[in-house]
Write a protein that binds this ligand. Structure first.
Ligand code: PLP
Length: 380
């Protein structure tokens, strides 16, 4: 049975994206493929509102995180990590394995970065090379206020490096406008593509550092200087064979997302997530993130009482709906549901109805009147 896929990546692919991947192979050094590189990088500049290119590498999100830090960090550099879930912890661990001294300021799961604490953290940790933050923490459904975080960091202060793996394409994320230094992401979530392309964008300040470091950057494949040089040629190319079918897919998915405009796509995501959370509350369940300010427009995490999350996940699978289990210590206490695709009300209603039936089966108190209440939100 083909299941309706609502895990926070990989996501169901829009038909034009699937079709795009059927294109025949080209010579990777041909002008035809250069045209595709030019088009994709231009569309990514529009999406991120940047004046310079993002570098695409053959990697998942973790590869893009490691690639960015490998280019920025030298052993002994001091880094402040602000993890609020699994992926923030991963970012800190990558920095540690690259030899950085990592100061971790752990944030309770379900909460985001406390802007009021940041100035004192910066004062008590001088000479930081970088600050690591997760834009959308996919283990908890928290979206961090990256723009506001960037505004607290002094000009020429530490580099703010942002993991936008589960936000880019679904939530606005504008590194130049918000004045942060590095963005990493990947293809299989908000960008509505299959997994396999990682994306790294650096500010001019970071590129200056990378140029100074040159070959002392420990990686050959992920030294981004070669990638940038080839991307900036009049007929751009890649230093190593790129995953060409995924470029075709990304070109189609960026067209799909921006059909009306990127802005209206973001608004649609945010509305769908809000209605979904209203439905969850109407059911009598709770969103994992208490404060609406920190709730993700890209995906929702729902608390499941009585440690029944695996059982609920199994029920939904048997109904043909694939959702994700909770993560870490909340594996049995939460489920995670994505809103990346063209989330229509029918899909929200389908998942909520499935959660209602599963709730009844699992002895979880769910509201019989949830549809009536939800109907009022949907007709708003
Ligand atoms: N960062 C975030 C916020 C994520 O959600 C994920 C994956 O879910 C990753 C990093 C790791 O990405 P990947 O699994 O593509 O390596």
């Amino acid at each position: 049975m083909e299941r309706a896929l609502y895990v926070p990546g990989p996501v169901p692919l829009p038909e034009p994206v699937r079709q795009a991947m059927l294109q025949p192979m080209l010579s990777r050094r041909s002008p035809d493929f250069s045209e595709i590189i030019i088009d994709v990088t231009k569309k990514l500049k529009d999406l991120t509102k940047t004046s310079t290119n993002s570098i695409l590498i053959p990697a998942s999100g973790t590869g893009a995180m490691e690639c960015a830090l490998q280019n920025i960090l030298s052993p002994g550099d001091k880094v402040l990590a602000l993890p609020c879930g699994v992926f923030g912890n991963r970012f800190a661990e990558i920095a540690r394995r690259l030899g950085a001294i990592v100061i971790e300021e752990n944030i309770d799961w379900g909460e985001g970065v406390d802007l009021e604490r940041l100035p004192s953290l910066l004062r008590s940790n001088p000479s930081l090379k970088a600050i690591l933050v997760t834009h959308n923490e996919t283990s908890t459904g928290v979206v961090n206020p990256v723009q506001e975080i960037a505004a607290v960091i002094p000009e020429n202060g530490p580099f703010l490096v942002v993991d936008a793996v589960s936000s880019l394409g679904a939530i606005p994320c504008y590194p130049e406008e918000w004045r942060f230094d590095a963005l990493v992401s990947s293809s299989q979530k908000g960008l509505l593509c299959p997994p396999g392309i990682g994306l790294v964008w650096f500010s001019e300040r970071v590129w200056d550092l990378v140029e100074k470091r040159g070959n002392s950057i420990g990686s050959y494949y992920f030294n981004l200087l070669d990638h940038r040089e080839m991307l900036n040629l009049p007929l751009p190319t890649n230093p190593y064979t790129p995953p060409m079918s995924l470029y075709f897919a990304l070109q189609a998915s960026l067209d799909y997302i921006s059909k009306e405009s990127f802005d209206s796509w973001f608004i649609k995501k945010a509305e769908a997530a809000k209605i979904f959370v209203s439905g969850i509350q109407a059911l009598g369940l709770e969103p994992f993130v208490e404060d609406p300010y920190f709730r993700s427009p890209a995906m929702s995490v729902v608390r499941i009482p009585n440690e029944k999350a695996t059982s609920v996940q199994k029920d939904l699978r048997s109904f043909g709906i694939e959702i994700a289990a909770g993560m870490g210590q909340f594996k049995e206490k939460s489920v995670r549901i994505a809103h990346y695709h063209d989330g229509a009300h029918s899909e929200t209603l389908m998942i909520l109805s499935a959660l209602y039936v599963s709730g009844k089966r699992n002895g979880i108190v769910v509201n019989d009147h949830f549809l009536k209440e939800l109907q009022e939100y949907i007709s708003m």
